[in-house]
Design a protein around this ligand. Structure first.
Ligand SMILES: [Mn+2]
Length: 292
């Protein structure tokens, strides 16, 4: 069965395996408040375009995860709309997938897109826990005059009183660090991760509910993920992030939603979009074991 669409599908034609989908890939190409190095509006398309180059047979899981059923939705039409309206559209899109019983994978776009996704997730999962992979705390009250900025997304999550854990952190303002101290938050900074070999066990111990994972790709080391606006040195490597998603997916509370944001494609760094696509596919594999 082959369906013609005017946008690329995750895994291309190989995604069309003729089973009812259990996973929905959503594109939110929002880039309203990017601070340095734009291009995140191209991120979803780059990930979708890179994805057919993946082997559908997963080399760790030894299964064709595609058999679980993956549907790719048309990109949300966010060009020219206000950030507030974009957030309404994203929340409604994620809520619709949850209502239909599908696992949402949201592709950004700037990190702002995670706010409305988390809000939709929490309506279905009242004890939701957010795990954020990021170089940045994203805890500013406002940035460049708006509260709906990529630099504020976790502050908005905190205001919803949703518990969260931050992983890969290595860039923040004095004000953000003071807030962390006041609230007794304990982010998994890269310094802490390097120092404490049991950081992943510590992370799992603080999770008390189903997890929504938001991956700002700048949490990864820029040698494996150069295509992002702020390529901070000293980030997570492939083995570390895969260990994280494996542990979350197989953890006692499960993983109920995922986003990958802030990919800004650039010539000469095509492996970055491929890496993002493989991260998504591997993580879905942990969640959806299929008959071998
Ligand atoms: Mn970031």
């Amino acid at each position: 069965m082959k369906t013609a669409t005017d946008y690329p599908l995750f895994l291309g034609a190989e995604s069309e395996v003729g089973v009812a989908p259990r996973i929905a890939v959503l594109s939110a190409p929002l880039a309203a408040t990017v601070s340095w190095g734009g291009g995140t509006e191209e991120g979803p398309l780059a990930i979708l375009q890179a994805s057919p180059a993946l082997e559908v047979f997963d080399d760790e899981l030894l299964q064709e995860t595609v058999q679980a059923g993956i549907v790719t939705r048309p990109p949300l039409a966010l060009a020219g709309v206000s950030s507030a309206e974009a957030c309404r559209l994203i929340k409604a899109a994620v809520a619709a997938e949850l209502a239909a019983g599908l696992f949402p994978v949201l592709l950004g776009g700037e990190h702002t897109v995670s706010g409305p996704a988390v809000a939709a997730m929490r309506e279905k999962y009242p004890d939701l826990h957010v795990v954020q992979v990021d170089a940045h705390l994203d805890l500013r009250e406002s940035y460049d005059g708006t509260r709906l900025s990529h630099a504020c997304v976790m502050r908005r999550v905190a205001e919803l009183e949703i518990p969260f854990s931050q992983v890969g952190i290595r860039s923040f303002s004095r004000e953000e660090w003071e807030l962390v101290g006041e609230r007794h938050w304990q982010p998994f900074t890269m310094a802490r991760i390097l120092e404490q070999s049991d950081w992943l066990e510590q992370l799992l111990a603080e999770i008390k509910g189903p997890v929504y994972l938001t991956v700002d790709v700048d949490g990864l080391d820029p040698t494996i993920m150069p295509a992002t606006g702020t390529p901070e040195p000293g980030g997570l490597f492939w083995g570390e992030i895969i260990a994280l998603t494996r542990a979350l997916a197989r953890g006692p509370h499960g993983l109920v939603g995922l986003d990958v944001v802030e990919l800004a494609p650039r010539p000469g760094a095509e492996h970055a979009a491929f890496t993002a696509a493989k991260l998504i596919y591997r993580t879905l594999g942990y969640l959806f074991p299929v008959q071998k």
